[in-house]
Design a binder for this molecule. Structure first.
Ligand code: HEM
Length: 376
């Protein structure tokens, strides 16, 4: 993670966040399944108890380790305002507070699970069991977090991951309830109905929420493309390919700024020209390739400072997607070394957050990367 952070081209951390989140969710799903299997006759009929139990415990620890990577990369990635407090205290972050908060809640539940398991002898079986049952809640909460926060909620592979995980867990819980001979039939029936009800509610929510245009975390996948990506190939590389394909297709079709999050590599020129009153204008004109294809224009006006650069008085930032008739423009809202942050308005008036990490080569060439997120 440190090596990746040091390379600092602004996107690796984001890929790592998404990849590690997906793997953590998969591991958690497998762990829940084995946890359920552990309470049934299945384990004694097939595998010895200690195998199922050991696998369940190790998968949970591995899920926690991947969640650790997920959390560290989230914080190290300066794109969204998410701090160390947001890792343990839910619902405080200014960044999608509720949906991010659900991830924090799931993480807290996992931590409580590990701590109480380590202290099991001291705290007694009853308390340990209670926390353990509560920790199963980490799974649906993490699933809601994934769909509510993730950039890939509309991508085929993420949908496949979410839906298939949901189906197997609901199936396993129902199987467990139906096999619970000791429970009253009415309790078992209520449990089965509850599991089905939760599954239906999840599908209804996903369809009217993360899968709809207008959802803050939408990935911008047109319906026609949703089914195409390699379903089930979870992980960073597949995620990158999928998102790229999906977004560039949308982009090419509409000529508008991509929806949700997008990124690009910049290649262009930087010039500095004096204006009246001793002011200078530093202008950057670049082309972007990647999930945002088009032109970028940044102009900073102000007093020249020793060693190059400008103390900014005013600014203009514009982006023009390939094929689009009009620029989306705004001003610089943050300037820190070679990092420029801006909010521009697209032609329909929607704000789009942009961050440019520029690489100045000494001459007039300029490179670097950009990231954006359209706010709805
Ligand atoms: C058990 C705990 C957690 C699990 C299983 C989990 C899993 C996931 C998954 C599967 C995604 C979707 C990735 C994608 O769309 O490609 C995601 C997104 C995200 N998670 Fe978590 N997460 C957990 C906890 C947390 C915590 C504690 C934080 C930070 C405080 C966090 C921050 C984020 C962020 C910022 C995103 C959006 C990344 C993007 O731009 O796509 N997560 N998470």
């Amino acid at each position: 993670v440190i090596a990746v952070a040091a390379s600092n081209n602004g996107q690796e951390l984001w890929y790592l966040t998404r990849g590690s989140g997906a793997v953590a969710l998969l591991l958690l799903t497998a762990s829940v399944l084995l946890g359920v299997a552990n309470t049934t006759r299945w384990k004694t009929d097939n595998w010895p108890r200690f195998v199922v139990y050991g696998l369940h415990r190790n998968l949970t620890l591995l899920a926690l380790a991947f969640t650790g990577v997920h959390v560290v990369t989230t914080i190290a990635d300066a794109f969204a305002p998410i701090g160390i407090v947001d890792v343990v205290v839910p619902f405080l972050s200014p960044y999608r507070p509720f949906w991010l908060g659900l991830g924090t809640l799931a993480f807290d539940l996992l931590l409580a699970l590990i701590v109480t398991s380590l202290l099991r002898r001291r705290i007694g079986n009853r308390t340990w069991r209670l926390v353990h049952w509560l920790a199963y809640g980490a799974w649906p909460v993490a699933l809601l977090h994934s769909l509510g926060t993730g950039s890939d909620a509309r991508a085929g592979w993420m949908l496949f991951l979410g839906v298939s995980s949901g189906l197997v867990v609901v199936g396993a819980v129902m199987w467990r309830l139906l096999a619970a001979q000791e429970a009253e039939p009415i309790v078992r029936a209520a449990g089965v109905l509850g599991a089905v009800g939760i599954a239906v509610a999840l599908v209804v929510w996903a369809r009217s929420g993360p899968l709809q245009h207008g959802w803050a975390a939408r990935a911008g996948t047109p319906e026609s493309v949703l089914g195409r990506p390699a379903a089930g190939k979870a992980g960073t590389a597949a995620a990158r390919r999928t998102t790229r394909t999906v977004r560039s297709v949308r982009h090419a079709v509409s000529g508008a700024l991509p929806r949700g999050r997008f990124s690009g590599s910049l290649h262009g020129r930087i010039t500095e020209a004096p204006t009246e009153g001793g002011l200078v204008v530093v202008t950057i004109d670049a082309r972007s390739t990647g999930s945002f294809r088009g032109r970028v224009h940044i102009a900073l006006r102000g007093f020249p400072v020793d060693g190059g650069g400008v103390q900014m008085n005013d600014s203009v930032v514009g982006v023009l997607p390939a094929g689009a008739p009009r620029w989306s423009s705004g001003t610089v809202t943050g300037l820190d070394g070679t990092r420029v942050v801006s909010t521009v308005r697209d032609p329909s008036g929607k704000p789009v957050l942009l961050q440019f990490d520029l690489r100045l080569g000494g001459g007039s060439a300029v490179g670097g990367s950009m990231r954006g997120e359209s706010r709805s």
